[in-house]
Structure formats: C-alpha cells, structure tokens
Design a protein around this ligand. Structure first.
Ligand code: FAD
Ligand code: DHB
Length: 392
C-alpha cells in the first residue's frame, strides 16, 4: 500500500474541486485532487454556460481569467418571451452589472492547465475512493485501483464530487437533513454548429413548453427544449428538434433560430436539492455534492465556485492562525447563499415551464406573473439582481 499525506484531500475535479485546489495553492496549502474520469472527459463535458459577475471576478483575481477575458461573451441582459413576443430585461440598466457566457468546460480546461503548470497533483481516473475517520483529526482517503490500494492521510477532506459522488454518502445516517423537490419535466439540450443570431439569451414560455436560446461562442449555439423526464433521445431526430425549436422560439417579428449541424444532444433531469449541514467532522461538502438547482437561471456552477471561495478562505484562516471560526461557520455561510439561489432557480423554473395537468387558474396566474415581470421595473429588477448574482 502506498501512503502519502496532504493538507486537503479533494474528491472530484469539476469546477468546485479544481478551483479549491488552485485557491489553496495560491496560499501555499497543499492538496491532492482525485477525479474519477479522464482529463479529456472532464474537458469535453458540456454543462453550464453562464458566469455571474462575481464568478468572473473570482477567476480573474485568482489569475485564471485571461482566456475568459478574451473569449467570454459579455451579456448585458436577457430576453423573456411569451408565445413569440419578446421583452428585454436589461441587467446593465437595472443593476449596473452583467453576466458572461463562457462554457463550464472552458473553466475546467483553464483550471486544469493552471494546476498542471503549477505542479499540482491531479489524479485522473483515480479509481474507487472511500473516505474514513471523518470525525477524527486524521481523516483518510483510501483508493482502490487496478488491484492496488493507496492511502492519503489528510488534515481535511473536501467533497467536491457532484451529486452522484461518494462524499455525501460517507457521512453517517442521521447527520444530514435533505430538502428536495423534483420537477415533472427535463431539458433536451443541443449544441449546434451555427453562429448565434441573437446577442443575448432568449427564455421563451410557449404553450408547447419552455425553450431556451443560448450560445457558447461566436460559432456555436446552445438550445434547450422542455421535455418529459423519461424522454428517449433516440426519438428526437435532428429534424424533429429543429422543427420544435422553431415552433417554440420563433418570434412574432419573424426571428427564428438558425439551423446548424447538431454536435451533441442529451436530456438533463431537473431537481432542487440541499443537504444541511454541508459538513461532518473534517469533511466539507461543496458544489453539487451538497446542492442541486434546476438549470433555469444558470446558478449551478456559480454556487459551486462561491462555496469553494468560502471554503478556501476558511482553510487559509485555519492554517494562518489555527483559527477554525471560518470552518465552523462554512456551512451556515454557504447555505444562506444556496437557499437564495434555490429560491430563484425554483421561481424561474416555475415561471417559464408548462406543468402537465395544472389548473386553468394556475396557468392564468403564471402568465400574469410573466407579464408582470415583463412590465414592472421592480419585478424585472428582482429578476436581474438574482440573475447577475447576489454579492458574496
Ligand atoms: P461536478 O461538475 O459534477 O464535478 C464533480 C466531479 O467529481 C466530476 O468531475 C466527477 O467525475 C467527479 N466524481 C464523481 N464521483 C467521484 C468519485 N467517487 N471519485 C472521484 N471523482 C468523482 N448548471 C447551469 O448553471 N447551467 C446548465 O446549463 C447546466 N447544465 C447541466 C447539465 C448537466 C448534464 C449536469 C449534470 C449539470 C448541469 N448544470 C448546469 C449544473 C452545473 O454543471 C453544476 O452545478 C456544476 O458542474 C457543479 O460543479 P461541481 O464541481 O460541484 O460538480
Ligand atoms: C444555459 C443554461 C442555463 O440553465 C441557463 O439558464 C442559461 C444558459 C446554457 O447552457 O447556455
């Protein structure tokens, strides 16, 4: 058995784990990142695309924002639509801020590149990981790979391994309280080789279901359709997808999304989920390992980055002065922000999707709410403030 030591053992090499490892390195704190998948897989996995202003500043301040500054697309607002009629919500005017469109896999690529340059220890395809002795001052990570067993002795462990990871499940029963809400729909998402023909995102409420027009670069569009949670992607030919996108996104002024070769398609389920507290002993959960939001409003990756920003600060405080106040308040600090993002993501989702079997009253109320957001400055300002991101 090989045995090594580190200050912070990090399980998961997504945005949360990589950013935490990088922030710790900037403060001279050693970490080892254990990632189940290959580097290529992590760098190609298409997920979120919208960065809040605070996330951009965080990445820039940490010295990993150069390509983001060059290639990220600044968006000063979004369009909300109702059956083909658009209304712009100007973030710039309502909040003085903006968001940046830059794919999650680009953030991941930038962070991996930097960790490798800095000599960071990233173990891709790490094998099977178990977390032990979490309630002691000497937690351990045991790794089984190719018949070999390795052990990493840590001061702390960060569980950044997403919703399906092992970290949350390593916490004994009865410690965590889970809060959950499932939605009776999912998103069918595509990536298409077609230059965006809008400058900003379009969130469309349509009688056949929600649709979203987004983008990744000046050559690539990203589009989503509300679908059933058990939707068979094989039943969606490229023609059927484009025809449905045209129906739902087509606007009264004649605008239609431009077709292009579909590079990727997939179905993503939707749920709201939070565990409290985000800590047990010397294990700290961050990002999707602790909470999931439905994608409407694009909060997932931003929340993951905010968690590790607080966690890195808490570790720095600990190692500088042996003061564990930051670590003790980590969960409460994060959860305040998490619940606000949960509320917003639930609200955006409820506002824009069709709910099967809903009463006529609920449908009318939903349309009235959307029209209110489209016409009231106060309501639009509330959306804008949450969309660009609440202060850290
Ligand atoms: P992850 O990115 O999930 O990273 C966790 C990492 O841990 C992964 O690399 C995983 O391989 C690794 N891992 C898992 N188990 C183990 C293990 N046992 N050992 C070692 N490593 C392990 N958010 C948005 O805002 N907008 C979107 O459009 C959007 N689309 C999404 C589409 C999909 C299919 C999914 C799953 C999520 C989407 N999200 C979206 C959410 C957003 O991508 C997440 O919130 C974000 O990835 C969270 O980052 P994370 O680092 O916490 O977790
Ligand atoms: C994207 C995803 C979202 O959930 C969203 O609200 C906006 C954009 C995207 O993938 O581009």
């Amino acid at each position: 058995m090989g045995r090594v030591s580190t200050q912070v053992g990090i399980v998961g090499g997504g945005p949360a784990g990589l950013m935490l490892s990088h922030l710790l390195h900037l403060h001279g704190i050693h970490s080892i990142v254990l990632e189940a998948r290959s580097r290529a897989y992590c760098e190609e996995r298409v997920r979120a695309g919208v960065l809040e202003h605070t996330s951009v500043v965080m990445l820039r301040d940490a010295g990993v924002g150069a390509r983001l500054d060059r290639e990220g697309m600044r968006h000063d607002g979004i369009d909300l639509g109702l059956n083909g009629v658009r209304h712009r919500i100007s973030f710039e005017e309502l909040t003085g801020e903006h968001v940046t469109v830059y794919g999650q896999q680009e953030v991941v690529k930038d962070l991996i590149e930097r960790r490798v340059q800095d000599g960071g220890e990233l173990r891709f395809e790490c094998g099977e990981v178990s977390l032990l002795d979490l309630a002691t001052d000497t937690p351990r990570i045991v790794i089984h790979k190719d018949g070999e067993v390795d052990e990493i002795c840590c001061d702390f462990i960060a569980g950044c391994d997403g919703f399906h990871g092992v970290a949350r499940h390593a916490i004994p029963g009865g410690v965590l309280t889970a809060y959950e809400r499932n939605y009776p729909f999912a998103w069918l998402g595509i990536l298409a080789a077609s230059a965006p023909t809008r400058d900003e995102l379009l969130y469309m409420h349509h009688e056949r279901g929600f649709a979203l027009y987004s983008m990744r670069s000046p050559k690539i569009t990203r589009l989503y359709l509300q679908c059933r949670p058990d939707e068979e992607i094989s039943e969606w030919s490229d023609d059927r997808i484009w025809s449905e996108l045209n129906t739902r996104l087509g606007c009264a002024d004649g605008w239609l999304p431009t077709r292009g070769r579909i590079l990727q398609k997939g179905v993503t389920g939707m749920r709201s989920f939070v565990v409290e507290p985000m800590q047990f002993g010397r294990l700290f959960l961050a990002g999707d390992a602790a909470h999931i939001v439905p994608p409407t409003g694009a909060k997932g990756m931003n929340l993951a980055l905010a968690d590790v920003y607080y966690l890195a600060q808490a570790f720095c405080l600990f190692y500088e002065g042996k003061d564990d106040v930051g670590l003790r308040s980590y969960s409460d600090t994060c959860l305040k922000r998490v619940w606000k993002a949960q509320r917003f993501s639930w609200w955006m989702t409820s506002l824009l999707h069709r709910f099967d079997g809903e009463s006529a009253f609920d449908y009318k109320r939903q349309i009235a709410e959307l029209e209110y957001v489209m016409t009231s400055r106060a309501a639009a300002a509330s959306l804008a403030e949450n969309y660009v991101g609440l202060p850290l």
